[in-house]
Design a protein around this ligand. Structure first.
Ligand SMILES: [Fe+2]
Ligand SMILES: [Fe+2]
Length: 198
């Protein structure tokens, strides 16, 4: 069997769905490599800044790593703008959806909301509310997103910054996306790990 027998899902049988289950598991194992490819594609995205989107991502991840942040944070920093390619109007949610099954809840939340928090730095120039973050002011991860944006995101547009290459982070990306998806020991709802000097 190298493909299913059905042409409409409702006509599939157990053999079909067992076959697909194996196929999908094998495909899922390539997620890390596809994401690394997507990051490379960011090198050609969005111009106008002094750094490419890939360089911005590498700077954010390098700053996280130099801050002593754990692998969940470093990989989240690396991928936080990967949504720019296909979701320019909700790139934060897009990246968070990719990360959420594989990183701590804290990190996925921060990536999901970073767009709101980043407005602090430029919202007043573009007709947006710089204090949009206040909608989340009572959230337990509010301070974490504040630190993420201040230390790793808004600061990472510097062509002179000594950043690590993508190959440096590739093993970390593979480790994270090799995890069992939705593993409660990874997600750890409510757990806060410091971004700096953990
Ligand atoms: Fe972003
Ligand atoms: Fe960013």
């Amino acid at each position: 069997m190298d493909q299913v027998k059905f042409t409409a899902m409702k006509d599939g049988d157990k053999e079909d769905y067992d076959f697909l289950g194996h196929h999908e598991a094998a495909f899922a194992k390539g997620t890390a490599d596809r994401l690394l490819g997507a990051l490379e594609a960011l090198d050609e995205g969005l111009s106008g800044y002094q750094v490419t989107r890939l360089e911005h991502s590498l700077q954010a991840a390098t700053r996280a790593w130099r801050d002593g942040a754990d692998v969940d944070w470093v990989v989240s920093a690396l991928l936080h703008d990967v949504g720019d390619i296909f979701a320019p109007y909700n790139h934060d949610e897009y990246a968070a959806a990719i990360l959420r099954p594989f990183v701590r809840e804290q990190c996925a939340w921060v990536v999901e909301k970073h767009g709101d928090f980043q407005l602090l730095y430029f919202g007043h120039y573009v007709g947006a509310d710089p204090e949009k973050r206040q909608a989340h002011k009572d959230h337990p991860y509010f301070e974490d997103c504040t630190v993420f944006c201040e230390r790793w995101d808004q600061s990472s547009f510097d062509p002179g910054y000594d950043m690590k290459p993508l190959a440096f982070f590739a093993p970390m990306v593979r480790d994270v996306f090799d995890r069992v998806p939705h593993d409660p020991d990874v997600i750890q709802p409510g757990k806060r790990v410091p971004l700096v000097g953990a």
